[in-house]
Write a protein that binds this ligand. Structure first.
Ligand code: NAI
Ligand code: MG
Length: 499
């Protein structure tokens, strides 16, 4: 057991690929790295080896209070409160530049902390840069309207920032979720207290240092490491936080909403789970469709809210597709995140590894067939072989519940009507995809699938300019694109009597 006294505020780290850098370990509050008020620290584990690689300082409710006070002061009184939108834009663009200069370090931290492959991690950082620049571009283009009612009045609206925003992010895309949350909140002129996931605190702290280097005034961006039940819950129920954005499990999403309702009715956006259908019609380009269904489920080791975990194949091509898909799944390079050829790295934690493996057992008990995988890969760390279940029925738990790992189901469908019914048969509605050469089929599926995103002849084609979010129990609100600006502004109406 380590204590705060023995854990410094930053430390030299050397990563498995030889990258050396100074890793901040403190909480980033009011522009400085500090220890937590309760003097707690917690372990950082490398999921590729299951070894403890260090400790970070832990925030509890007391630190959330301090961070919120700093954020509130920055919002109402500090230089941020008087800064022009153009200058806010410059700061975000500067931060994006710093991410670009530090791409190798940031990607290496992500691979180390989360266990994802370095090639995917670089993709994440590239997307962070795009997202921060995109919102840097929006900062000075957010404005209200003049609305005419009668000659006796002059009315206008302003699109004002909300104030202190609480942001709670998950571990599957630690820095990308950081950028998705920070970008729009800051562009709109808010201040933030962001809690990273306890499994992956490192990248967010390094990015905090980049915020300092970029020149953000103290208190504007506060980044804390800590657990959900303590620091997370304190954010959700805080009386001075007026907006909370959460990405994670549906279970916790409900708790966040309840805490918001029972505290100060802070605005809530939720980006939750999914059980997304990936549909292959008989007229699809089969080779390409197989590539996309493989990428749809095994990308990020299946730890993806929009993972294409329910694959539906039209019956006439089912045997052919399952054969090709099995081969393709087995060809994925699984292993050392720092090996340049690796596609699928480690699952993030022992808990997540166990959760996924328990679903593999559930699937077997429910009578589904393991076509390939279904077991550990290697002998150390949290690696799982790409797994495919066939002989599944709609009511099985592995068909209804989010597994969040490299495990998918593959089932047959008869025709469009049949697959629309099946595709819409879960409580979720985050994403979906259809593979076909028919524009008519693609558009009918796109119209009738109840999901926030529909991909046609592709998968995971997420872009910072495109709104992303869920129907049904997959969430509330949209991230990315211009839509995200709505989450972080409120409309003020001013009506002037001219008579
Ligand atoms: P989680 O929902 O518990 O954790 C996500 C974030 O919420 C973390 O920062 C965590 O510290 C925080 N949190 C947890 N409890 C909280 C509370 N009571 N109040 C405030 N914040 C709280 O997810 P977990 O346990 O890591 O994973 C469980 C399952 O959730 C996964 O198997 C997956 O199905 C789903 N999940 C979905 C994600 C997505 O991208 N939509 C991301 C992570 C998990
Ligand atoms: Mg949890």
């Amino acid at each position: 057991m380590s204590s705060a006294a023995s854990v410094p505020l930053s430390q030299k780290f050397k990563l498995p690929n030889g990258v050396e850098y100074e890793q901040p370990l403190g909480l980033f509050i009011n522009g400085d790295f500090v220890t937590g008020k309760e003097g707690k620290v917690f372990e950082v584990i490398n999921p590729a080896t299951a070894k403890v690689v260090g400790f970070v300082h832990e925030a509890t409710a007391a630190d959330v209070d301090i961070a919120v006070d700093a954020a509130e002061t920055a919002f109402y009184d500090g230089p941020w409160s008087k800064m022009s939108a153009a200058d806010r834009s410059k700061l975000l663009l500067k931060l994006a530049d710093l991410f670009e200069e530090n791409l190798t370090v940031l990607a290496s931290i992500e691979a180390f902390d989360n266990g994802k492959s370095i090639q995917l991690a670089r993709g994440d950082i590239t997307a962070c840069i795009g997202c921060l620049r995109y919102y840097g571009g929006w900062a000075d283009k957010i404005h209200g309207k003049v609305i005419e009612t009668s000659p006796e009045s002059f009315n206008y609206t302003k699109q004002e920032p909300i104030g202190v925003c609480g942001q709670i992010i998950p571990w599957n895309f630690p820095l990308l979720m950081w950028a998705w949350k920070i970008g729009p909140a800051i562009a709109c002129g808010n201040t933030v207290v962001l809690k990273t996931a306890e499994q992956t605190p490192l990248g967010g702290l390094y990015a905090a240092k980049l915020c300092k280097d970029a020149g953000f005034p103290p208190g504007v961006i506060n980044i804390i490491s800590g657990f959900g039940r303590t620091a997370g819950a304190a954010i959700a129920s805080h009386m001075k936080i007026h907006k909370v954005a959460f990405t994670g499990s549906t279970l916790v999403g409900r708790q966040i909403m309840k805490a918001a309702a029972e505290s100060n009715l802070k605005k809530v956006t939720l980006e939750l789970g999914g059980k997304s259908p990936n549909i292959v019609f008989e007229d699809a380009d089969i080779d390409r469709a197989v590539e996309w269904i493989n990428f749809g489920i095994y990308y990020n080791a299946g730890q993806c809210c929009c993972a294409g975990s329910r694959i539906y194949v039209q019956e006439s091509i089912y045997d052919k597709v399952i054969e090709a898909f099995k081969k393709r799944a087995e060809a994925n390079v699984v292993g050392n995140p720092f090996d340049e050829t690796t596609f699928q790295g480690a699952q993030v934690s022992e808990a997540q590894y166990n959760r996924i493996m328990s679903y593999v057992e559930i699937g077997k008990e429910e009578g589904a067939t393991v076509e390939t995988g279904g077991e550990r890969h290697g002998s150390e760390g949290y690696f799982i072989k790409p797994t495919v279940f066939s002989n599944v029925t709609e009511n099985m738990r592995i068909m209804q519940e989010e597994i969040f790992g490299p495990v998918c189901t593959i089932a047959k469908f008869k025709d469009l009507e049949d697959v629309i019914n099946k595709g819409n048969s879960t409580a979720y509605g985050l994403a979906s995809a259809v593979h076909t050469r028919s524009l008519g089929t693609a558009m009918e599926v796109a119209n009738r699938i109840r999901a926030g995103t529909v991909w046609v002849n592709c998968y995971n084609s997420i872009h910072w300019a495109l709104p992303f979010g869920g129907y049904g129990e997959s969430g509330i609100g949209r991230e990315l694109g211009k839509e995200a600006l709505r989450n972080y502004t409120q409309i003020k109406t001013v009506s002037i009597n001219l008579s």
